[in-house]
Ligand binder design. Sequence first.
Ligand SMILES: [Ca+2]
Ligand SMILES: [Ca+2]
Length: 324
Amino acid sequence: MQKYFSIIVSTFLLTFIFSAFSWGAVPLTALAVKSSSTGSHSFGPAPQVLKEVYSDRILWEGEKKRITLAGQENTSGEGIGAPEGMILIPAGDYISGLDPNVGYEECKKYAKSCEKEWYLHEGPEHEVWVDAFYMDKYEVTQIEFEKVIRKNPSKHKGDNLPVERVLWNESQEYCEKVGKRLPTEAEWEKAAKGGRDTLYPWGNEVVSGMANFCDVNCKAYFKAEQFDDGFKGTAPVGSYPPNGYGLHDMAGNVWEWVSDWFDKNYYKNAPRKNPKGPPKGMKKGLRGGSWGNNASAMRSSTRSWAHNNRVSRRGFRCALDAPS
Ligand SMILES: [Ca+2]
Ligand SMILES: [Ca+2]
């Protein structure tokens, strides 16, 4: 009797062990299939494998975010050796500038009074080569600026709002102190275009929710009432979708100082390779438009300039040479 009892117990134990092993093996196989097809991760067992698959999926989703709105693949190298908070802008040609007639017509779409003269310095369109460089993903914020320069000149206060009312030389000082530099005007424009050749970083028409400009919330007489971007003044950096390179707020929020002196005729004779602006001048370049500008100023080719003084529409971001 005892013998029969031992056989029954042993058989039961063997069946149990075999069943447990099989049950454990199935989800591992299923995980492999699932992770390569749908990315589903609704499995109970094998927590270590599940964690790896899950984190791979998160990374993959992060990569997908750097696909442009038009479905073009972003070729920038965020996370591939780029310093934290910066994105690698690949070397290559782009079309700089814009036919002034196009800028003038765009202005008339969104504002009541426009003059063609305002756009003459954007022409002619010309091909420019820019070596690879890194660009800050966001405009420099007030908390970042204050930590380095020990003051906050901004009118609209908030840690994650872009620093504004910042002087050109303060911008340069900040970038140097964090081991970077201001971008050239050509680097800035290439970065703003995000690998595309559209009027605005996201396409050829202004739409709500892509940039912070003088919309229905704005006080100015030239506000574009048909759009609502959610902000009267500045917006926290990164409030809008990134462009094709993964950069935020290249259009709008605050104008961004560039390293070049401004020359309205510069594009007529600019060097084709890595232009750095004229050797001297009276005013520095500003790019991208701001919360206080008309919708058509969000175009990537929009140029502006100013003396070294404080205005609440002006901020900046930094760039950095990439290893050649
Ligand atoms: Ca706005
Ligand atoms: Ca900006």
